[in-house]
Design a protein around this ligand. Structure first.
Ligand SMILES: [Fe+2]
Length: 369
């Protein structure tokens, strides 16, 4: 004998309930007796109306349904069950003496899962009831697993979105703080050395314009703007008499000046910027062919932001007056860049700079964005 437990609506430890609908009391008694003996909980109904009412009281796990009955036939009972979301999923097995092909087609079309022809063998009825209950149970388990998975995905997505929002907010706050740190550095440097501060501001304006000319993303433009604004912060350690002294510097003095890249890097080393500000400061005197300082980096080993600041730095320095020489002018600066494009300076950056000055009439005082 097959197991009779583990059904659609019932707990696995409880026997499945079968609603048997037949207007013939004798048939009803025989079928009920057989199914009860097989371990099912049986609810008999002598008419379609009684069956539907019985379902309202408690849902069966499966329905065995006679077709030919007075008042309401089995087809109508099945149609009403399938039209009601509460009873739609309950499997319906038709049991009928009708055995024309059309009857079977109708039975399946209106939602029956099986069709047993009278007179039937009890083993066949039991086997089919068992199989449809198992099918239903499997379908239910699958649906529950899928719903559970969907719910987990939904929960995880919500969690991730919330975490992302919180992270973005925290980043925004941190970003604001870092900008303030940089501004404080600029102000400190300006107090001590207005000359360098002015230089940094102009280099920042030009560097950002170059970045925009190269179609760099907004976040990179921000990085360039801020990094350029403090690229010479290490000059704070260079004695003013060396900075302002006209004439050639000796090797020792040159070494002190050159240390500003490393010193600047160390000044903000502990600050965790979301942009490569430290690297820009450290590398803004590096040159493509490795002839720069402090590390003699070559080519792409120098970050693009630093290659941009390097070119802007040279242009601004040559275009401005220095204590030890008068201004050389923009054209001389551009020619210097072009002469060393590809060896000292990034060719794309050089092109962007020349385009800015010769075609787009770049203005140092234009508001930065
Ligand atoms: Fe510098």
């Amino acid at each position: 004998m097959m197991p009779r437990t583990g059904t659609v609506g019932a707990a696995t430890t409880q026997a499945a309930s079968v609603l048997i609908v037949d207007d013939n009391p004798n048939n009803l008694r025989v079928l009920s007796g057989m199914l009860e003996q097989a371990g099912y909980r049986v609810r008999p109904a002598l008419s379609g109306t009684t069956a539907l009412r019985s379902m309202q009281a408690a849902l069966p796990d499966i329905v065995l349904l006679d077709i030919r009955m007075p008042e309401m036939d089995g087809y109508e009972v099945c149609r009403r069950m399938k039209a009601d979301p509460v009873t739609a999923a309950i499997p319906v097995i038709f049991i009928s003496a009708l055995h024309e092909a059309d009857d079977k087609v109708t039975a399946f079309q209106i939602g029956g899962v099986d069709y047993i022809v009278k007179p039937f063998q009890i083993e066949e009825v039991l086997a089919r009831v068992h199989m449809h209950l198992e099918l239903c149970r499997a379908r239910r388990a699958l649906q529950e697993a899928y719903t559970g998975m969907e719910r987990q995905v939904q929960e995880r997505t919500t969690e991730l979105m919330k975490a992302k929002e919180e992270r973005l907010e925290a980043l925004e706050v941190a970003r604001g703080t870092l900008v303030q740190v940089i501004e404080a550095l600029v102000i400190a440097l300006e107090k001590r050395d207005p000359y360098t501060a002015g230089h940094q501001k102009r280099v920042s304006v030009l560097s950002t314009a170059i970045g925009r000319e190269l179609d760099l993303p907004q976040s990179t433009l921000e990085a360039i703007h801020l990094g350029a604004l403090v690229h010479d912060v290490g000059m704070i350690y260079v004695p003013a008499e060396i900075l302002n002294r006209p004439g050639r510097l000796n090797d020792m003095e040159m070494a002190i000046i050159r240390s500003h890249a490393q010193v600047g890097y160390e000044i903000i080393e502990g600050v965790r910027f979301p942009w490569p500000v430290k690297e820009m400061i450290l590398q803004h005197h590096e040159r493509l062919d490795g002839s720069g300082y402090p590390e003699g980096l070559r080519g792409d080993a120098i970050i693009r932001e630093a290659r941009i600041v390097a070119a802007a730095d040279v242009v601004e320095a040559m275009a401005s007056h220095r204590p030890y020489r008068p201004a050389l002018g923009i054209e001389a600066a551009l020619e210097e860049l072009e002469r060393h494009s590809g060896t000292l300076y990034d060719p794309q950056v050089v092109q962007a700079v020349t385009r800015l000055f010769r075609e787009k009439h770049f203005n140092w005082d234009a508001p930065e964005t």
